[in-house]
Design a protein around this ligand. Structure first.
Ligand code: TXA
Ligand code: MG
Length: 328
């Protein structure tokens, strides 16, 4: 087991030096913590897959600190509508998939001829990329299929001794991952709902195609897996009569949804604010997940704005049983 160094913003130069030498370092973004490696360094990127126990067929997002940095990574012109989304939402929680250039190694994109690109809206993430001087490939900094970390402590909980370092800069504001949209399909297609909502995207570029949470697609191989999962079965929107409350936990959106008889109940947003619910979702799953419960019962949010992204994560965390487990 190697020692994982904890960096602060004052020692960001040292974190960048570890990355430049082929190390892997977790860092905060406005969505969740990422586990970074220099994107053009095949060996470093392989270490990221190993540390996370992530299957090699699930491609990584490449993070940049400014728009110029994407030019060498893509092939062809950036489509007009992709440019409009960059103007509107970058830096921010939007990942855009475009045809890749040869500079991006196959290990990053799992052999696809496309690359996912994101300019995070977090000063530490941007500065770390700038200091490293290279685009940084970074999946969420969790063990594969577990919940994404929203604090350095959550990163260390899963990855201490498996990674070279983590930059500790507090909690992530948004709390769930970026929206992923691809421009490599006949129509722009939303692959993962996230911090930017469908309505926000459509207000800029008009109608887009949207895939369902558990729908499979060969050009998006990471989508259909059991994901974000606590270590016990989770059930969504069950009637009370079908719940077994003994040693079980409950996750509600608002306080009035709480059902009596649960020893452990977490309310995601007392005021009914979906953004607050998103911010609290993963820490709630982690808290209940650590209690050795027999089940967690959760309710979905109204399917609007970031509520759609919270519901997507809840649905994927609730893929229980043989089919879900075998894909881990
Ligand atoms: O907010 C986020 O996006 C965070 C922070 C760290 O930036 N990152 C993140 O990465 O959530 P990850 O690896 O956990 O999720 C990336 C998703 C996966 O579902 C992956 O399959 C998809 O993006 N993806 C990456 N490259 C792709 C590509 N070329 N084509 C289709 N899907 C792709
Ligand atoms: Mg992830």
């Amino acid at each position: 087991m190697k020692q994982t160094i904890i960096f602060k913003k004052e020692s960001l130069n040292d974190a960048a030096a570890v990355l430049s030498k082929g190390g892997i370092v977790a860092f905060p973004t406005e969505t969740v913590y990422g586990l970074g490696a220099v994107a053009t360094d095949k060996d470093a990127v392989t270490k990221v897959f190993d540390a996370k126990q992530r299957p090699s067929f699930d491609p990584l997002i490449v993070h940049v600190c400014d728009r110029e940095m994407i030019t060498p990574l893509i092939s062809g012109e950036i489509p007009e509508r992709a440019l409009k989304l960059m103007d509107a939402f970058w830096p921010g929680p939007l990942t855009i998939i475009l045809p890749k250039s040869d500079i991006v190694p196959d290990v990053v994109t799992s052999g696809l001829d496309t690359v996912a690109l994101r300019l995070p809206n977090h000063p530490i993430a941007q500065e770390l990329i700038r200091l490293t001087g290279h685009p940084i490939a970074a999946p969420s900094a969790n063990l594969f299929s577990r919940t994404s970390p929203t604090s350095a402590a959550a990163v260390l909980d899963m990855l201490e001794g498996r990674i070279d370092g983590v930059v500790d800069e507090g909690e992530c504001e948004i709390g769930i991952e970026s929206t992923v949209i691809t421009f490599c399909e006949p129509t722009p297609t939303l692959l993962r709902p996230g911090g930017i909502s469908r309505v926000q995207l459509e207000s800029i570029i008009g109608p887009i195609t949207v895939l369902g949470s558990l729908e499979k697609k060969s050009s998006a191989p990471g989508r259909s897996l059991r994901h974000y999962a606590p270590p016990c079965p989770m059930y969504l929107d069950l009637p009370e009569s079908e719940m077994n409350k003994s040693n079980a936990g409950q996750i509600c959106f608002t306080a009035d949804q709480a059902i009596e008889g649960f020893e452990h109940c977490i309310v995601l947003s007392p005021n009914g604010d979906p953004r607050e619910a998103a911010h609290n979702l993963y820490s709630s799953l982690r808290t209940l997940g650590a209690l050795n419960l027999t089940a967690i019962y959760a309710v979905t949010l109204p399917e609007e704005g970031v509520g759609a992204a919270v519901n997507d994560r809840l649905r994927r965390a609730s893929v229980n049983g043989f089919e879900g487990m075998v894909q881990e």
